[in-house]
Design a protein. Structure first.
Lengths: 113, 117
């Protein structure tokens, strides 16, 4: 049981480039989340999904897009990367019923130069 | 939406002492309050949680208390050890309806706990 898997673990982007952070979970969880964590800071919600075909914005969605075509996958797309998007990105999933634990991926460290 | 405040941002204690981290939440509908521990360079992992129908929960050296009236909850670590050094996050969840039920976690800003020898 792999849990939540994120790829890549590290990435350096140039300003204006685009990329997709991959996230997949094998726990048949309905709910998935993308957070960013800036150095020394807390977790800020970018986007979340309550099931396949349904996504919604979190606190800091600008500059990002997501899709949820399957239960397992929840990719995060960065268009026109900016230095302000330098951060560690965590994907997480939860079963989705009330009061449920979130499981995190190992994180993706992204640097935009 | 929900807002979770966490204090203090940093906490230094001597090994063997107790540590207390406090959080407040804004939405009275929140009914699930987990605590996550994040070691340096690692992912956050759940260490304990509490539901709104319970006032206190213990797991060995860790305990969490909840005051629904005041909308605050706290993490207590007794007999701290060097391996307790990490960043701790509190969170609160709200139920969201999308033709069903869902929960969205809102995290506090984190507390960096350092246990010194």
């Amino acid at each position: 049981n792999a849990g939540v898997t994120q790829t890549p673990k590290f990435r350096i982007l140039k300003i204006g480039q685009s990329m997709t952070l991959q996230c997949t979970q094998d726990m048949n969880h309905n709910y998935m989340y993308w957070y960013r964590q800036d150095p020394g800071m807390g977790l800020k919600l970018i986007y979340y999904s309550v099931g396949a075909g349904i996504t919604d914005k979190g606190e800091v969605p600008n500059g990002y897009n997501v899709s949820r075509s399957t239960t397992e996958d929840f990719p995060l797309r960065l268009e026109l990367a900016a230095p302000s998007q330098t951060s560690v990105y965590f994907c997480a999933s939860s079963q989705g019923e009330r009061n449920t634990e979130a499981f995190f991926g190992q994180g993706t460290r992204l640097t935009v130069v | 939406g929900e807002n979770v405040e966490q204090h203090p941002s940093t906490l230094s204690v001597q090994e063997g002492d107790s540590a207390v981290i406090k959080c407040t939440y804004s939405d009275s509908a929140s009914n699930y309050f987990p605590w996550y521990k994040q070691e340096l360079g690692k992912r956050p992992q759940l260490i304990i949680d509490i539901r709104s129908n319970v006032g206190e929960k213990k797991d060995q050296r860790i305990a969490v208390t909840l005051n629904k009236t005041a909308k605050h909850f706290s993490l207590h670590i007794t007999e701290t050890q060097p391996e307790d050094s990490a960043v701790y996050f509190c969170a609160a969840s709200i139920v969201i309806s999308y033709g069903g039920t869902a929960s969205k976690l809102t995290f506090g800003t984190g507390t960096r706990l350092q246990v010194t020898l």
